[in-house]
Design a protein around this ligand. Structure first.
Ligand SMILES: Nc1ncnc2c1ncn2[C@@H]1O[C@H](COP(=O)(O)OP(=O)(O)O)[C@@H](O)[C@H]1O
Ligand SMILES: [Mg+2]
Length: 320
């Protein structure tokens, strides 16, 4: 994206450029760059240990980066003050304090801290009853926190994170441990937030299916960098997917794996040769899931990149 660093587009909420993070002698982030706009739901997708939590906590101002430029709502999170923090929502893993409080009471209490940052354009905090309705806790408003189910508790975590009507919401692996039903409800909640509030949402996940379902845009974090950035369709094109060419010749089935992702050249040559005897020609592309699974396996086993060899083998395993 081309724009002057001093005058970002009005709807640009996040701008991360060449972010580096080193723990001791270990480089975890080695040049992460991406932007996010108002109202976008962005998933930071990557295998365990890829650096998702590190990235999100740097953006939240909870960790100090090693290098790079980071702008969150126009400020550097390393120096963002209270007024900046009031514009951001952080959904923490789980709210363990205040278990004796009742749901509505706690939200009303926490919301009061945001009133000082209210403006006519952007009133804060959220009206408690509206907030309860948005997160689906109206019927549990007067229940004690300790009596909530796991899914209700998680929705309360979200309510706590957004009670100040943040312009930007961070969620780190929000659906870890959810069953499919709770997961779907949660995705709907994320969409309501983005649609009605025009909040920008950055969530992390290691689950491609989740990222595809919930996000407008997916950032794939691997090997310390964003290796793909786009919608699920764009990702499938960006992440090199090996294609397999299957055909029958001389009574035998043959398979060729085009690791470059383009089988056209191979097929042309195949038919230009003794093309007459070729039959049952098929070209099969690896799915985005195949490619992502291969990436995860490679990174989690810390094997070096092997000229697409791993991708190929995985793609064959998946389809056989
Ligand atoms: N405070 C820390 N000190 C040293 N290493 C860390 C620290 N936090 C994370 N790491 C390491 O950085 C890598 C990325 O961790 P993390 O950001 O938690 O990844 P993710 O959230 O994608 O699973 C891991 O190898 C992890 O062990
Ligand atoms: Mg993490």
């Amino acid at each position: 994206m081309m724009h002057s660093p001093t005058r970002p587009p009005a709807d640009e909420v996040l701008d991360v450029r060449d972010l580096w993070m080193r723990y001791g002698t270990k480089d975890v982030l080695t040049g992460v760059s991406f932007t996010a706009r108002r109202g976008e739901v962005v998933a930071l997708l990557g295998p365990n240990g890829a650096g998702k939590t590190t990235t999100i906590e740097i953006l939240e101002g909870f960790r100090t980066r090693s290098a790079g430029d980071v702008s969150v709502l126009g400020s550097d999170p390393a120096t963002g003050g209270e007024a900046w923090r009031a514009r951001i929502g952080v959904v923490l893993q789980s709210w363990r304090d205040h278990v004796r409080w009742r749901v509505r009471e706690l939200l009303a209490y926490l919301g009061r801290f945001y009133a000082a940052y209210s403006t006519p354009d952007h009133p804060r905090p959220w009206d408690v009853d509206e907030l309860l309705a948005v997160v689906g806790l109206t019927d549990h408003a007067h229940q004690k926190i300790k009596s909530l189910s796991g899914g209700q508790r998680r929705r309360l975590d979200v309510a706590i994170g957004i009670v100040g009507r943040p312009e930007l919401v961070f969620l780190d692996e929000p659906t870890a441990g959810f069953d499919p039903h709770a997961r779907r409800e949660f995705h709907e909640l994320i969409h309501r937030l983005a649609d009605f509030e025009e909040s920008t949402i950055l969530l992390t996940t290691h689950d491609l299916a989740e990222a595809e379902r919930v996000a407008d845009r997916i950032l794939v974090l691997a090997d310390g960098m964003i290796i793909a950035d786009g919608s699920a369709d764009e990702l499938a094109r960006q992440m090199a997917t090996p294609a397999e060419v299957h055909w029958t010749q001389g009574g035998q089935r043959h398979v060729h794996v085009a690791t470059t992702g383009d089988a056209t050249g191979f097929v042309r040559e195949l038919l230009a040769g003794d093309g007459e005897s070729v039959s049952q020609l098929q070209v099969k592309g690896a799915t985005l899931e195949d490619t992502y699974m291969t990436l995860v396996e490679r990174i989690e086993s810390r094997r070096p990149i092997d000229e697409g060899d791993q991708l190929t083998r995985r793609a064959q395993e998946v389809r056989s």
